[in-house]
Design a protein around this ligand. Structure first.
Ligand SMILES: [Zn+2]
Length: 467
């Protein structure tokens, strides 16, 4: 079985066949850096991080490009409202996004291009569109001529005559057709601008992604990703302008579902409580990653504090098992495994349009079996399950003993704590042997106060950190 992916353009799940065998080019629409990220933004990062990891484990060489939109109307409005330069707003929020991606364990992209660093590529693309009769300059702006491209609407499945007007230009505009969208926005006083053959101005949002995707991944590339809210108009317009210019562009369109709150799409009006930086003070980052990654990437997530707590508890159950198993038998610090060593049901789940819920079910089954083995004192059986569980967790970016969740110093410290706790447990055992139960209980209570839970099993006393 090979990977099958849902493609928004064809509305089907189809076999994934890369343009170049063995290689994958993936473009993900990243942050528009007008504010720090909330969990809705970062869900997209986590979803595509799992895809990138799975492609790599499947033996493919991945080039992952995730852009930063560092100029747009909202950034300019934020800058004006707070009296800061636009580039300072963009820089500050880009750092917040990078921190959020890092803290949730998302692998960095191979390239993270910024829109304002790619003006020459955009000018070239506009020139190609004007030369081929698909774009026109008017009133200082440059527009894509929707009527010149009959396939317009193919990605989002709309008929052009039923489409709404593109609301990307404020006030009076020189558009020939209300559905035409701006490739380039003419200079307005107080706004930053760049020189072009059609006059000074700044890029339209859609244009930048077409210019950057093809620069780094080629005229035709494999997968274009983003949130479901980007299908129209953003991705429809990217596809139209790139195809009209003669590029093959993306062969698969992958879209992640949104995070909703009481049925509403998350927005800034919900305040700051769902910002990633606030959320990671309520649960550990690894638990937030588990929560955001556990649903199928195409389904919506209805945010609730209860669901988040349940997800955190589910992760702690898995983590508790691998930690206990590690306490019982030595662990290999490196769980990066090829797909061939993973359970077949887990591989089949991820190959089936990245079915993480089914993949997690396999992990939970192995944890149950592993816990049974531990309780029976079958340390070899438990170690085998733990190894399998960790290999699967690594694919999902959730292995508690791997970066960024565990560091070298954590591992060293754990050995020291283990040695100290062992001394205490030996004294407790000696107290019990001489029937001095008061001392034995006092030792256990002192460990408990220090945050260490002792459990007596058939194989002797085991400890773990209280949570
Ligand atoms: Zn984009």
């Amino acid at each position: 079985m090979t990977l099958r992916l849902h493609d928004t353009a064809s509305r089907t799940v189809r076999d994934f066949l890369p343009v170049t065998p063995g290689k994958v080019g993936l473009y993900l629409c990243g942050a528009t850096v007008q504010a720090p990220p909330h969990i809705g933004h970062i869900r997209s990062g986590v979803s595509f991080d799992i895809l990138v990891r799975w492609l790599k484990v499947s033996g493919l060489e991945v080039t992952f490009c995730r852009n930063v939109t560092d100029i747009d109307d909202k950034i300019l409005r934020t800058a004006a409202a707070e009296g800061s330069p636009w580039w300072a707003v963009a820089e500050r929020n880009q750092r917040a996004f990078t921190r959020a991606y890092d803290i949730l364990g998302c692998l960095p992209p191979d390239v993270e291009p910024r829109a304002t660093g790619h003006i020459p590529e955009m000018i070239t693309l506009i020139g190609r569109l004007i030369d081929s009769g698909h774009a026109y300059a008017a009133g200082g702006d440059v527009y894509f001529d929707v009527s010149s491209y009959p396939a317009y609407g193919e990605l989002s499945g709309q008929r052009p005559k039923h489409m709404r007007a593109a609301d990307d230009v404020e006030g009076e505009s020189a558009k020939r057709d209300p559905r035409d969208f701006a490739l380039w926005k003419g200079y307005k006083p107080g706004e930053p601008s760049w020189e072009t053959p059609w006059g000074p101005g700044r890029p339209g949002w859609h244009l930048e992604c077409s210019a950057m995707a093809t620069k780094y991944l080629g005229e035709t590339f494999d997968i274009h990703g983003g949130g479901l809210d980007l299908v129209f108009p953003h991705h429809e317009n990217e596809l139209a302008q790139s195809r009209a210019a003669g590029d093959g562009f993306a062969r698969y369109w992958a879209h992640n579902g949104l995070v909703n709150l009481a049925g509403e799409k998350m927005s800034k009006s919900l305040g700051n409580s769902l910002l990633v930086e606030a959320m990671v003070t309520k649960v550990r980052p690894v638990e937030l990653r588990y929560y955001l990654g556990q649903a199928h990437y195409r389904s919506g997530i209805e945010y609730s504090a209860e669901a988040l707590a349940e997800a955190a508890a589910a992760y702690r159950r898995i983590e508790g098992f691998v930690t206990r198993a590690a306490g019982a038998a030595p662990v290999d610090g490196n769980a990066g495994s090829p797909a061939s060593s993973l359970p077949a049901a887990f591989v089949a789940a991820l190959d089936d349009d990245l079915a993480v819920p089914q993949a997690l079910a396999v992990i939970h089954e192995n944890v149950t079996e592993g816990n049974t083995a531990l309780a029976a004192g079958d340390l070899a059986g438990a170690a085998k399950q733990a190894e399998s569980v960790r290999a699967m967790l690594a694919v999902l970016g959730l292995d508690p003993f791997a970066a960024p969740w565990a560091t070298e110093s954590d591992a060293g410290l754990r050995d020291v704590v283990d040695a100290l706790v062992s001394v205490a447990l030996e004294q407790r055992q000696a107290a019990r042997a001489r029937k001095d139960y008061a001392t034995a209980d006092a030792i256990r209570d002192q460990l408990q106060e220090a945050g260490i839970v002792v459990e007596d099993t058939a194989a002797g006393a085991r400890w773990e950190l209280a949570r």
